[in-house]
Write a protein that binds this ligand. Structure first.
Ligand code: HMG
Ligand code: MG
Length: 297
């Protein structure tokens, strides 16, 4: 494989939204600025969700205002509703991400709305975004299992992904929120979605709870996906998904892609150093195996 994969760095958002350690606004800004110097093209910066639901990201506007936004890098933010979109736009945001799930129970726990209701919430956001020239990404969570209902039908994933794409989301990220997926199931799920949504508009988003994330990504790359979400240092998890551990570590993903001859445009030593710096800030060792190995070389 000699081609390009866009790594979507979600650490500043997915990584920090579930942190017990309070992270200072200035450190969040420093994290994003360091990531901007590694060659990443997309860095999910924060979330304009309810600060009651996710107090860790209550400083979203300050973070967004404080970062050094470089040309050629997208800094999307999560918005759950029009109020979030208003706040994001007031902060000067030019790309947002909306999120729903393939499981009704999870979506209620995460957003206090059923799947249909959440999609109705997105309709005015997509309409306004089109008028404002704002790009919108869409997430489907629980694509390989739900912490509340267990099994999730592939047909439900396909249906929600297609609806988000029809609504105007330029890219749909398929989230294994609790990291229960395994490679063959992941690949089959992706293939089924790709029948309805073009592969070029799909991304994969694996949490590493059971240590399957890299294997899942490798399987999905073989199926044709070329956008992969990950979090530096393996930080992350959804506070409304019991048992969800960190995202796959960006450093490990980039190491694997380099080994496959796939270009990412990312400076791996710089990314790994950022991961170790973040881990130091959080008072622990980096969650990236590549990050640890590179420190020893
Ligand atoms: P709700 O309580 O039903 O909201 O929450 P509401 O509309 O009834 O409003 C209640 C109060 O919240 C009001 O304030 C609103 O103003 C305020 P009050 O009048 O009581 O003082 N409010 C807001 N404030 C600031 N910003 C907003 C906002 N919206 C309402 N945007 C809501 C519904 C959707 C807001 C809430 O459930 C929420 O914020 N959920 C987000 C949870 C979350 O962020 N989860 C993690 C991200 S998803 C994820 O991690 C998965 C992913 O990584 C992919 C994967 O791994 O699968 C993406
Ligand atoms: Mg996630």
């Amino acid at each position: 494989m000699n081609d390009f994969v866009r790594v979507v760095e979600v650490g500043p958002r997915d990584g920090l939204q579930n942190e017990k350690t309070a992270v200072a606004t200035a450190d969040k800004i420093a994290l994003i600025d360091r990531l901007s110097a590694t060659g990443l093209r997309t860095i999910e910066a924060t979330s304009f969700v309810s600060p009651r639901w996710v107090p860790q990201l209550a400083d979203a506007a300050e973070v967004y205002a404080g970062i050094d936004r470089r040309p050629g890098i997208a800094y999307p933010v999560l918005v759950p509703n029009e109020q979030g979109y208003d706040r994001a736009r007031a902060a000067g945001v030019t790309e947002v991400a909306v999120f729903t799930a393939a499981s009704e129970a999870f979506n209620r726990a995460n957003t206090n709305a059923g799947i249909d209701e959440s999609i109705e919430r997105f309709r005015p956001i997509l309409a306004r975004a089109a008028a404002d020239g704002v790009k919108v990404r869409g997430y489907v969570s629980t694509v390989l299992g739900c912490p509340y209902q267990g099994e999730v039908a592939v047909s439900a994933v396909v249906d929600v992904a297609r609806r988000l794409h029809d609504l105007g989301c330029y890219e749909i990220s398929l989230g294994d929120t609790i990291g229960v997926g395994t490679p063959l199931k992941a690949r089959r799920m992706l293939a089924a979605v790709a029948v309805e949504v073009p592969m070029a508009a799909l991304a994969v988003h694996f949490h590493d709870t059971y240590g399957q994330a890299l294997a899942n990504i490798a399987a999905c790359l073989e199926e044709g996906v070329r956008v992969v979400d990950s979090a530096v240092s393996g930080a992350g998890g959804c506070p409304y998904a019991r048992g969800a551990s960190g995202n796959v570590a960006s450093e490990d993903v980039v190491y694997m892609l380099q080994g496959m001859g796939i270009d990412t445009g990312i400076d791996l030593p710089a990314l790994a150093a950022t991961g170790r710096w973040l881990a130091g800030l959080l008072g622990r060792e980096t969650g990236s195996k590549a990050g640890r190995a590179l420190a020893a070389t």
